[in-house]
Write a protein that binds this ligand. Structure first.
Ligand SMILES: C[S@@+](CC[C@H](N)C(=O)[O-])C[C@H]1O[C@@H](n2cnc3c(N)ncnc32)[C@H](O)[C@@H]1O
Length: 262
């Protein structure tokens, strides 16, 4: 706890939204959770990396790759990307110092701190629920674009912020449409790139009892039609007692690859 607090105080994120929307504290606590759940998270991390490695050959060229939601790089085969592409651009709302240090030996990595929804500034400053398809990076010629365990996370911080700071300002229908649009527009954004892209995302959340019986399933994307998945696996996100002493959480994770012909 004290280590987390010190990390929080000493990090200097470029974007104010990293603190305002809780991304910095979430990134720091993700590292602690990761060290507690390392064993149960490893198969998922390996699946993500293998899926990306297996599909690198489908890049339209090897000058550059764009990684959205790169975070602590637990699910990204960074050494292979660095070898395969001339330039690797890693995008996240916050990059912790130790993530940057861990890849300092790779000289073709570029870190960009950016809100991939492009919604947080207007929500915070104008108190508006806008419907917006992100635009940044679309004017560059990427060989491959990756969205790695990011998509389901996009509405979470927006929802928390609305509940905390803008409670009762909007109708629940407007909020729910806004949150759904954040993932719908992420998918629309990926389709706008003139490059093949990979999406890895959890599509279902399974709550399980002590005997591993599924007691509830939440589906993340009933509001949109995802492409045909190429692979899927179960991620033991919160084994008992990480979430609750008698309930475990597992994610159904799916991986998609959309080819583009130039
Ligand atoms: C589950 S983590 C992904 C971890 C990462 N793929 C890895 O290999 O370790 C989700 C990531 O999405 C980032 N994120 C969440 N909302 C974001 C936003 N609006 N813009 C940019 N990044 C965001 C978080 O900071 C976090 O690093």
């Amino acid at each position: 706890m004290i280590r987390e607090l010190l990390t929080y105080l000493f990090e200097r994120p470029l974007l104010s939204e990293a603190r305002t929307f809780g991304h910095l504290s979430e990134s720091i606590s993700l590292l602690s959770r990761e060290s507690r759940c390392q064993k149960s998270w490893l198969p998922h991390r390996t699946q993500c990396k293998n899926f990306i490695k297996d599909h690198l050959k489908l890049a339209s060229h090897f000058d550059s790759v764009l990684v959205l939601g790169s975070g602590p790089l637990h699910e990204v085969p960074i050494e292979e990307l660095s070898k395969a592409f001339k330039k690797v651009t890693l995008v996240d709302i916050v990059h912790l110092k130790n993530t940057k240090e861990s890849v300092a030996h790779l000289k073709n990595i570029v870190f960009v701190e950016h809100d991939i929804t492009e919604l947080e500034h207007s929500l915070h400053h104008d108190k508006n629920l806008i419907d917006h398809v992100p635009q940044k990076f679309l004017d560059e010629d990427w060989g491959l674009v990756l969205s790695v365990n990011l998509m389901s996370q996009l509405p979470i911080h927006l929802e928390k912020y609305i509940n905390k700071k803008l409670k009762n300002k909007f109708s629940s229908q407007d909020v729910s449409r806004y949150l759904q649009n954040s993932t719908r527009n992420h998918l629309a954004y990926l389709h706008l790139f003139n490059a093949p892209f990979i999406i890895i995302t959890d599509t279902e959340v399974h709550y399980c009892d002590k005997n591993d019986n599924v007691i509830q399933i939440d589906k993340n994307y009933e509001h949109l039609s995802l492409p045909e998945k190429l692979s899927s696996w179960s991620w033991s996100l919160a084994p008992i007692p990480e979430f609750q002493k008698d309930i475990a959480i597992k994610m159904k994770v799916s991986a998609f690859m959309i080819k583009k012909h130039k």
